[in-house]
Design a protein around this ligand. Structure first.
Ligand SMILES: [Zn+2]
Length: 92
């Protein structure tokens, strides 16, 4: 089972990579890893699919995604060499 991690919100991608639904207001960025520490593949899922994939309630996942996004930005600010792969957050 690949590990899915909520990474952020993307308001420029409007198509769900999971079910192909279009015209979404925003998508949730998920990092998919085969094992902990592996290089992630980034997926953009609609809120419903992202919530299903990660066991979050719909509205909750948006809040979480924004929180992780803030955290990632903060860490990138304090360590400019950090990459999203390095910063990936595992667990809830
Ligand atoms: Zn979908």
């Amino acid at each position: 089972m690949p590990i899915l991690t909520i990474t952020g919100v993307d308001s420029t991608v409007h198509v769900c990579e999971c079910c192909g639904k279009v015209k979404l207001q925003k998508t949730i960025i998920l990092a998919e890893r085969e094992t902990i520490g592996a290089a992630p593949k980034f997926l953009r899922y609609g809120v419903v699919c992202a919530a299903q994939a990660t066991n979050y309630d719909g509205p909750d996942i948006v809040k979480q995604a924004r929180k992780y996004e803030q955290r990632t930005k903060l860490l990138q600010y304090t360590n400019p060499n950090a990459t999203p792969a390095y910063l990936g957050y595992n667990g809830r």
